[in-house]
Design a protein around this ligand. Sequence first.
Ligand code: ADP
Ligand code: MG
Length: 245
Amino acid sequence: MSVLAIRSLSKTFGGVHAVNEVSFEIGKGEFLALIGPNGAGKSTCFNMINGQLKPNSGEILFEGKNIAGLEPREIWRLGVGRTFQVAATFGSMTVVENVQMALISHAQQTYRLWRPAASLHRERAIELLAQVGMQDAADRPSRELAYGDVKRIELAIALVNDPRLLLMDEPTAGMAPRERNDLIALVKRLVLERGISVLFTEHSMDVVFSYADRIIVLARGRLIADGTAATIREDAKVKEVYFGT
Ligand code: ADP
Ligand code: MG
């Protein structure tokens, strides 16, 4: 069974078909890129999957359960994680405190704990930081971090609910090409190690073609191609959309 199955998903804004009858699936442990020109409907897809937008029609099956229209918090609790386009942490707190806060919030929402002891979560937070290579920065104020490192912390935070599916809409926005490659390589390694499925958007075709297991292409709200890098590179419709040939 696939981790996520999207069936005939549609969303309109006024007269605009932002997402139009889109269907695709994500398998377990798959690293899937969603690409397409600006305005293609990528973010609208993400926001329907994470619950920020309600679809007009269609199904979003996560591990077989239709989550279309559920509240974001509920979807997160079920095991769908996400990162935000602009990375942000609480600058006055240390790196490890930022992760601990996320763990506390998760514990409160999941187990309805009243005042869980912050100290209990430190060890787990350090573990998560180690997974993104940031354990040495644990006790530094997070305001001192470079942007690329904030992105890593954000990734650690996205793992607090042990997601089986991770949504990353433009995770490398605002990063230099080198940092961009490093972040995507890191995510890919985590995916392999933990068996998480990832859906991500990325502007750099080099990055997409090097790392994605499969690529889905949207244009004007419609899915126009779905396949491996080798097939997408040669796809006539994709060439037309990107290069006008
Ligand atoms: P992408 O992320 O691929 O650049 P979006 O999903 O952001 O594309 O946008 C798809 C289309 O939906 C665009 O035409 C955009 O202008 C429109 N759109 C997106 N969000 C809204 C909104 N909140 N209100 C009105 N139109 C929107
Ligand atoms: Mg977008």
